[in-house]
Design a binder for this molecule. Structure first.
Ligand SMILES: Cc1cc2nc3c(=O)[nH]c(=O)nc-3n(C[C@H](O)[C@H](O)[C@H](O)COP(=O)(O)OP(=O)(O)OC[C@H]3O[C@@H](n4cnc5c(N)ncnc54)[C@H](O)[C@@H]3O)c2cc1C
Length: 571
């Protein structure tokens, strides 16, 4: 079975229980029944997906997906990042608007689930039965990523109650959600607070939809003397702050899986079109450049998928002594989403005019995917996080037991107990060489390992001065992109072994990654801040892959072009 998501072959997938399989199959059926024409019509008319809201509410789908053990009405309830991965990919595959309402609902619910208020958790779980859509009220118009400056306030009334006043901006589902979690401050102490409101309350004003580019409702809302009691307060002070960051930690993972779903669909559409198209008496897919574009696109999607699955394992086994997910998660968010954009560029160069046609999923996918790297922290914000882990990851590996693929029905306890968000830079990782050595016999992995060694040499000569240089975000981004490649490749290798991906595919994939590493090295090379010693080492990172035409053709014909016509959405 192909590793890439294919709704028409989904029955064969391995799930630990019937309910998991049921929610996926029902959702696929719902989208296929709705059909491509109606999905596109709703996209073009910017129809908010109320029909999807009704469907997931009636079927209890978000209850199954979002609630941890002990909450909701199912005695076998559990929270699984694997299931979330699969559902996120599925919704992305059919349309970012559906993915987005799912994504912001889980973002909206998690501050309740992470908070200290037990009664509020059960109440929010019950509310999902009437309306599964939730909203996460963090951002404010004036402050963007600067959350410290939040102006939403709770004013104490002297009797233990409060009145909430303030505005939030860019809040998905802010038009309909009955659980809207709001981050703000107590007006008297300036301490942080997370509390919950309902969009149907008369003191909640949904001011407007800020965007007009697709079906999403990204609201500005205002609270006018909205009454709040202790029952609505989820967490306070540093706990509220940590819950906010930990919520984003859990949920930004969806960005990578959603992006993978989007480009998988785009890929099917693009290959179905080009393979059957003849120009000058030959197939479009026989042009040498088209072969390269398809091969690169497919290998990149495979990388996205393999990385995502492996990162899922690390989310699931996380515990107080194993926070490796803190690196893999921002990579999932940033790197995987950006890989998706690259895939679209490659595919669009092939299908050209067809990619503009209004009946294609493709024309909407390329527009919608562009938002992904910009949500839940920009590329810079995520790279700032990633780069803090360079010393620990590259030079101070720890010991960890090997873990396999985790698709079972365990409850991902730690996601809801991540604790304080301090000590990030001290996070420990296992030695990346363990993975790379398993494929050291492949010529392109070998070259990639030489690039990593050159990068390490660069870090060594950079010494303490590097942290000063990285205060310049432009420089940090260049250094961080190279570091990200190391961890990205590592998890892909680990994952490929579990999925039985062939050496030939991996060698071709690392052909792409060697080129990527070189191009990031060239970018770093051009930075004015470099010292002469750094420049000397950077040049050593620039390498070319080892060509293998026969292997390239084999993968192209046996893997990439074998996906022609395997998926066509119902009309
Ligand atoms: C479609 C859409 C849906 C959204 N949905 C929600 C939602 O449901 N709930 C919600 O709360 N928010 C939501 N947001 C808000 C989103 O999370 C914000 O876009 C994000 O917080 C960044 O704010 P900003 O875009 O205003 O950028 P700014 O914060 O103004 O950033 C400007 C620039 O400064 C850089 N920068 C900022 N901080 C740092 C830093 N610490 N280090 C380095 N560089 C930095 C950024 O990289 C960027 O280039 C949504 C946004 C959009 C567009």
């Amino acid at each position: 079975m192909s590793l890439l998501f294919n709704p028409k072959k989904y029955k064969d997938r391995n799930y630990p229980d019937e309910r998991s399989k049921e929610i996926m199959l029902k959702t696929i059926q719902w989208f296929e029944d709705k059909g491509a024409a109606k999905l596109k019509e709703d996209y073009h008319s910017k129809e908010f997906c109320e029909d999807f809201q009704q469907f997931v509410t009636e079927e209890g789908i978000f209850e199954t997906l979002f609630l941890p053990k002990g909450y909701g009405s199912d005695p076998d309830q559990y929270y699984s990042t694997y299931r979330m991965y699969e559902f996120s990919e599925l919704t992305g595959f059919y349309g970012a608007a559906y993915w987005y309402v799912y994504h912001v609902s889980t973002l909206g619910l998690d501050p309740v689930l992470l908070g200290d208020n037990e009664e509020a958790k059960h109440k929010a779980a019950r509310k999902l039965k009437d309306n599964a859509f939730c909203a996460f009220g963090l951002s404010e118009q004036e402050h963007g990523a600067d959350i410290y400056s939040s102006e939403m306030k709770l004013y104490p009334q002297g009797d233990g109650t409060y009145l909430a006043n303030g505005r939030k901006y860019y809040i998905g589902n802010g038009n309909v959600a009955s659980t809207v979690t709001v981050f703000g401050k107590f007006a008297d102490t300036d301490d942080y607070v997370f509390f919950v409101v309902d969009a149907n309350h008369p003191n909640y004003e949904c001011v407007k939809n800020i965007v007009n580019y697709n079906q999403q409702y990204v609201a500005e809302f205002a609270l006018h003397d909205y009454p709040i009691t202790e029952a609505d307060i989820l967490s306070r002070g540093s706990k509220a702050w940590d819950d906010m960051l930990n919520t984003i930690n859990i949920c930004k993972f969806n960005i990578g899986s959603g992006a993978t779903g989007i480009v998988t669909h785009s890929f099917y559409e693009a290959i179905n079109h080009a393979y059957h198209r003849e120009l000058y008496g030959g197939k479009v897919t026989d042009f040498p450049h088209v072969k390269r574009l398809y091969s690169d696109a497919w290998l990149r999607i495979m990388g996205m998928k393999l990385f995502g699955l492996r990162a899922t394992d690390y989310m699931r086994i996380a515990n107080e002594n194993d926070k490796r997910y803190l690196l893999y998660n921002p990579i999932m968010k940033m790197k995987v989403a950006i890989q998706g954009e690259i895939v679209h560029e490659l595919l669009w160069d092939i299908i050209a005019a067809k990619g503009f046609e209004k009946d294609m999923y493709f024309e909407q996918a390329v527009t919608e995917l562009r938002g992904y790297p910009k949500l839940e922290g920009t590329r810079h914000v995520n790279m700032a996080l990633i780069a803090k882990l360079i010393p620990s990851y590259m030079f101070m590996p720890g010991e960890f037991e090997e873990i396999g693929r985790i698709t079972d029905n365990r409850n991902d306890d730690f996601m809801f107990n991540q604790g304080r968000t301090r000590g990030y830079a001290k996070t420990k990782f296992h030695d990346y060489n363990i993975a790379y050595k398993t494929l050291a016999h492949l010529p392109n992995v070998q070259v990639f390992m030489e690039q990593i060694e050159a990068y390490k040499d660069y870090l060594v000569v950079s010494g303490q001065g590097l942290s000063e240089q990285m205060k310049d975000f432009d420089y940090l981004l260049a250094v961080g992109e190279l570091f990200t490649m190391v961890a990205y490749g590592q998890l892909i290798i680990e994952s490929a072994r579990m999925e039985g991906v062939s050496d030939e595919i991996m060698n071709q994939m690392f052909d792409v990654f060697v080129r990527d590493f070189s191009s990031f090295a060239v970018d770093l090379y051009g930075k004015p801040l470099n010292t002469d010693a750094q420049i000397e080492k950077i040049i050593k990172m620039i390498k070319r892959p080892v060509p293998n035409d026969a292997e390239f053709e084999k993968i192209l014909n046996e893997e990439v072009y074998s996906l022609v016509d395997v998926y066509q959405q119902n009309p």
